[in-house]
Design a protein around this ligand. Structure first.
Ligand SMILES: Nc1nc2c(c(=O)[nH]1)N[C@H]1C(S)=C(S)[C@@H](COP(=O)(O)OP(=O)(O)OC[C@H]3O[C@@H](n4cnc5c(=O)[nH]c(N)nc54)[C@H](O)[C@@H]3O)O[C@H]1N2
Ligand SMILES: Nc1nc2c(c(=O)[nH]1)N[C@H]1C(S)=C(S)[C@@H](COP(=O)(O)OP(=O)(O)OC[C@H]3O[C@@H](n4cnc5c(=O)[nH]c(N)nc54)[C@H](O)[C@@H]3O)O[C@H]1N2
Ligand code: SF4
Ligand SMILES: [Mo]
Length: 728
C-alpha cells in the first residue's frame, strides 16, 4: 500500500469518463489481418472507444495497438475538410466547392487526353479503399475515362505474390487460411515479421502452437521478433531466397522425400524443374545464400517429412528483384511435397494493406473485374456487355505498372495523374527522382483523407476523402475473407466517401452517362456478385448482411452455399488449361546492388509495430507516435564500435541516390554488414533506396541496396531530422 497514491476525482482522463451509448460493428482499416472491431460511440455520436469482437473467427476479441486506438482517427489532425484548387504547384491552395473541383479535374483530363492521347492521363490507386469503391473506380478508369495507364500501390506490395500465384497455379488467390496453423506439422516463414506487422495473425499462430507443437522456421536476414520466437532462424544473405528454395528442392528430390504421386497427378513441367534444381546442391548453395549445408538438409527433411507443412511470406520475398521467383519457389516447394489445398499444407502469402486483396479482385487495375484479363476477348466482351459499352473501347493488353508510370511521366508520355489513397512522395524508392518527376506533370489531382499528405505538395486539385468507418462497404483479408465495414460516423467536415467522388466524376464524361453508377455500396456489391457467378472468386452467396452476421465470409461462396470456403485447390485442379500446377525452373542471377568498398553496408528497410506506412494516420495518434517518434536505424554494435559510432548518436547514410540523417540504435538484431531503417518517415530511407524492379511483377527491391555511414555534428542532425519528422 506504501506506493498507492490517492486518486483525485477531479482528474479527468480524456475520453475515460464518457459513456458509450452504442457499439457499432466494423472491420479494422490498417493491415490485411481483417480484425472485427466495435467502435463505441457517445451520446453525441462521436467514436470514443474501440474493442475487438469476441465472436469473430479472425481475431476472437483481440486487436493490436493500432486497432485499439483506431477510433481516434476520426478527429485526428491534418484531415482534409474542403476541396482545394490552385493553378500552379507551390502556389497557395484556395478552398473551392466540390462541383468546381470536379469540373476542373474533368476538363483537365479531357484536355490532356485530346492533346496527347487517351493513355497520357494516368491513375494510381491503392490497397486501402473499399472493394465497392475499387470496382467503381475500375468502371470509371476502364469504361469511362479509358486510360490504360491505371495501376495501384499494390505494385510496391503484393505484385510479386500475384505474379507468382499466377505463374504456379494459373490464377491469383491465396490457397490457405489462418486455420491452417491448427493443422500444420511444420511452418516456414520467409521475410515476414509477423508479431509486429500482423500481430493478430501471429496470435493465431501462437494459439495453435500452444495446442500442438510443430517446428517454426523463420528465414530473415535480421533477428526479428519473429526470428526470436522461432525454433530455427535462417539469417539469409539478402535477395537470395531463390537459391535456398532451389537447394531445399534439391535435397528433397535427391533423398526421395517428395510426394511423387501428387506431383504426377497435379503438376506439369516436372523434368525441367528437376534438371534445374539438380544444380543447387547445398554445398554450393550455402556459399551464395549464407545458410550452411547442414541446416539446408535439416530443414528440407523436416519440411518434407511433416504430414502437413506450410509456408507463409511477406515483403522479404516480394520486395526483391527475384520477388516473383521467390513466390514461385515457395509454391514449388509445396507442390513437390503435396502441400497445396490440404489442411495445414499451403502457400499463404500474408497480404499487406487492409484491402490489397479487394483491389486484385475487383479494381480492374491489371485487367477487368473479377480476375478477368484484358488480353482475353471473352472477358472484354462480357464486361462491355454488362456495363453497356463497346468492347472495342477496352485495350487488348494491360498498360503500365505503377512503377513504370513514374518513369513515363519523366519522359513525357504521361502528362496528367490522379493519385488515390497513396503517398508516393514518401513510399516510392529514390524519392528525389519522384519529386522531379511530379514537377513534369501538367495536372495532378490527389484524393486522400489527409490534407497534409506530402503528395498534395505537387497537386493542382485536392479531393478530401472520407476515412475507414466513415464509409460503408467490404474489404478482403489475407485468407480471402470478405469483411464488412459499416459507417460508424459520417465523413469528417465536407470530405466525402471515395465512392461518391468516383460517381460524381463519372457524370462529367460522355460515357459516364451511358453506364450506370449505383449510389449505394450495396447496389455496387450486387453488380460484383452478379459478375462473380461461376468464377473462381464467386461471391454470389454473399450479401452485406450475411457478411456482417458471419463476421466475414471466405470466397468462393456460391449462390446456394451456406458458408464460404476455407481453402482453394482441395481437388488438385488448377487454373491452367491442363488443370495442372506448373513447376517452374528458376535460375538465380545475382542482379542486385550489393555492398562494396565504397558503400559497405546492406540497407534493409521495413516496419515497426506502432506505425503504419507514411504515418499520415499513426503519426497523429499519441499512444502510437510517442513510442517511435524519430527516424532511426538499427546498427550492429560491433560494427559501430569499429567505426566509433555510439548508441543514440546521429549519422548520415549515403547511397548512390542520396543521403539521410538518422538516430543510431545499437543492437545485435542486424548483422555486422547491415543496417535496417523503418520506412515510415518522410525524407528518410527512400532518399537512399534504389528499387530495382522484378521483371515479372515490376515490384521494387526496397530491401536491398548499399550505403555508407558518415559522421554528422549534432547541429546538422537536429536541422535535418526536424525536417524529416513532420511535427504533428
Ligand atoms: N505495424 C505495421 N503493420 C503493417 C504495416 C505497417 O506499415 N505497420 N504495413 C502492412 C503492409 S502494407 C505490409 S506489405 C506488411 C509487411 O509486413 P512484413 O513483410 O512482415 O514487414 P517488413 O518489415 O516490411 O519486412 C519483413 C522482413 O523482411 C526481411 N527481409 C529483408 N530482406 C530479405 C530477404 O532478402 N529475404 C528474406 N527472407 N527476408 C528479408 C526484413 O529483414 C524484415 O524483417 O505489413 C502490414 N502490416
Ligand atoms: N523503403 C521502403 N519503402 C516501402 C516499403 C518498404 O518496406 N520499404 N513498403 C512498400 C509497401 S509494401 C507499401 S504497401 C507502400 C505503402 O505506401 P503508401 O500507399 O504511399 O502509404 P500510406 O501511408 O498507407 O498511404 C495511403 C494514403 O491513403 C490515405 N487514406 C487512407 N484511407 C483512405 C481512404 O479511405 N480514402 C482515401 N482517399 N485516402 C485514404 C492515407 O491518408 C495515406 O495518405 O510503401 C512501400 N514503400
Ligand atoms: S492486426 Fe491488423 S487488422 Fe488487426 S487490429 Fe492490428 S492493424 Fe488492425
Ligand atoms: Mo504493403
Amino acid at each position: 500500500m506504501l506506493f498507492t497514491r490517492p486518486i483525485k476525482n477531479e482528474i479527468k482522463l480524456p475520453g475515460k469518463q464518457e459513456e458509450v451509448v452504442d457499439w457499432k460493428y466494423t472491420t479494422c482499416g490498417y493491415c490485411s489481418t481483417g480484425c472485427s472491431i466495435e467502435v463505441g460511440v457517445n451520446k453525441k455520436g462521436e467514436g470514443i472507444k474501440a474493442r475487438g469482437v469476441g465472436d469473430a473467427d479472425v481475431n476472437q476479441g483481440k486487436l493490436c495497438l493500432k486497432g485499439i486506438f483506431e477510433h481516434e482517427l476520426f478527429t485526428s489532425a491534418g484531415r482534409g475538410t474542403v476541396p482545394l484548387m490552385r493553378d500552379k504547384i507551390f502556389e497557395d491552395y484556395k478552398e473551392t466547392t466540390w462541383d468546381a473541383a470536379f469540373d476542373k479535374t474533368a476538363a483537365e483530363i479531357e484536355r490532356i487526353q485530346q492533346q496527347y492521347g487517351r493513355d497520357s492521363f494516368a491513375i494510381v490507386s491503392t490497397g486501402q479503399i473499399l472493394t465497392e469503391e475499387f470496382y467503381t473506380l475500375g468502371k470509371l478508369a476502364r469504361g469511362v475515362i479509358g486510360t490504360n495507364n491505371y495501376d495501384g500501390n499494390t505494385t510496391l506490395c503484393m505484385a510479386s505474390a500475384v505474379s507468382g500465384y499466377k505463374r504456379s497455379f494459373g490464377s491469383d488467390g491465396p490457397p490457405g487460411c489462418y486455420d491452417d496453423f491448427s493443422h500444420t506439422d511444420c511452418l516456414m516463414a520467409f521475410g515476414s515479421n509477423l508479431p509486429e506487422q500482423h500481430p493478430v495473425i501471429y496470435w493465431r499462430l501462437k494459439q495453435a502452437l500452444e495446442k500442438k507443437k510443430f517446428p517454426l522456421i523463420v528465414v530473415d536476414p535480421r533477428v526479428t521478433m519473429f526470428a526470436q520466437f522461432a525454433d530455427m532462424h535462417l539469417p539469409i544473405t539478402p535477395g537470395t531466397d531463390v537459391v535456398l528454395l532451389n537447394s531445399l528442392a534439391h535435397v528433397i528430390l535427391d533423398e526421395g522425400l517428395e510426394d511423387r504421386a501428387y506431383m504426377e497427378a497435379h503438376t506439369s513441367n516436372i523434368e525441367a524443374f528437376e534438371k534445374l534444381v539438380e544444380k543447387y546442391n547445398p554445398v554450393m548453395a550455402a556459399k551464395q545464400c549464407g545458410i550452411d549445408e547442414d541446416t539446408i538438409r535439416n530443414v528440407a527433411r523436416l519440411y518434407a517429412k511433416a504430414d502437413a507443412a506450410m509456408s507463409i511470406w511477406t515483403m522479404g520475398i516480394n520486395q526483391s528483384t527475384h520477388g516473383s521467383d521467390g513466390v514461385v519457389g515457395i509454391n514449388s516447394l509445396n507442390l513437390i511435397t503435396g502441400n497445396i489445398g490440404k489442411k495445414g499444407g499451403t502457400s499463404l502469402s500474408i497480404t499487406g494493406q487492409c484491402n490489397a486483396m479487394g483491389t486484385r479482385e475487383w479494381s480492374s487495375c491489371s485487367g477487368l473485374p473479377g480476375y478477368r484479363a484484358l488480353e482475353k476477348e471473352q472477358d472484354r466482351e462480357d464486361i462491355a456487355k454488362f456495363w453497356g459499352i463497346d468492347p472495342e473501347f477496352f485495350p487488348k493488353k494491360r498498360g503500365l505498372f505503377q512503377t513504370d508510370i513514374f518513369p513515363a511521366i519523366e519522359t513525357g508520355q504521361i502528362k496528367g495523374l490522379w493519385i488515390i489513397a497513396t503517398n508516393p512522395m514518401t513510399s516510392m524508392p529514390n524519392t528525389a527522382r519522384i519529386r522531379k518527376t511530379f514537377e513534369n506533370l501538367e495536372f495532378c489531382v490527389v484524393q486522400d483523407s489527409y490534407r497534409d499528405v506530402e503528395t498534395t505538395e505537387y497537386a493542382h486539385v485536392y479531393f478530401p476523402a472520407g476515412l475507414w468507418a466513415e464509409k460503408e462497404g467490404c474489404m478482403t483479408n489475407t485468407e480471402r475473407r470478405v469483411n464488412f465495414i459499416s459507417n460508424v460516423l459520417p465523413p469528417h467536415a465536407e470530405s466525402k466517401p471515395d465512392l461518391w467522388i468516383f460517381n460524381q466524376m463519372a457524370k462529367r464524361f460522355a460515357n459516364g452517362n451511358k453506364i450506370e453508377f449505383p449510389e449505394s455500396a450495396s447496389a455496387v456489391f450486387d453488380e460484383m456478385r452478379e459478375l462473380s457467378k461461376g468464377r473462381f472468386l464467386d461471391i454470389s452467396g454473399m450479401s452485406h448482411e450475411k457478411i456482417e452476421k458471419n463476421r466475414g465470409l471466405q470466397w468462393p461462396m456460391k449462390e446456394e452455399a451456406e458458408q464460404g470456403s476455407a481453402r482453394l485447390y482441395e481437388d488438385g485442379v488448377f487454373n491452367y488449361p491442363d488443370k495442372r500446377a506448373k513447376l517452374i525452373p528458376l535460375d538465380f542471377i545475382d542482379n542486385n546492388e550489393v555492398p562494396d568498398e565504397k558503400y559497405p553496408f546492406w540497407l534493409n528497410s521495413g516496419r515497426v509495430v506502432e506505425h503504419f506506412h507514411t504515418r499520415t494516420r499513426t503519426g497523429k495518434i499519441g499512444n502510437l507516435n510517442k513510442f517511435s517518434p524519430t527516424p532511426y536505424m538499427e546498427m550492429n554494435s560491433d560494427a559501430a564500435a569499429e567505426l566509433g559510432i555510439t548508441h543514440m548518436s546521429y549519422v548520415r547514410l549515403a547511397s548512390r541516390r542520396g543521403d539521410a540523417v538518422v538516430l543510431v540504435q545499437l543492437t545485435q538484431r542486424v548483422p555486422r554488414n547491415m543496417v535496417f531503417i523503418p520506412f515510415h518517415f518522410h525524407e528518410c530511407v527512400n532518399r537512399l533506396s534504389l528499387g530495382l524492379l522484378d521483371p515479372h511483377s515490376r515490384q521494387p527491391a526496397f530491401k536491398q541496396c548499399a550505403v555508407r555511414i558518415e559522421m554528422v555534428s549534432k547541429q546538422e542532425a537536429a536541422a535535418i531530422t526536424n525536417k524529416s519528422n513532420r511535427a504533428f
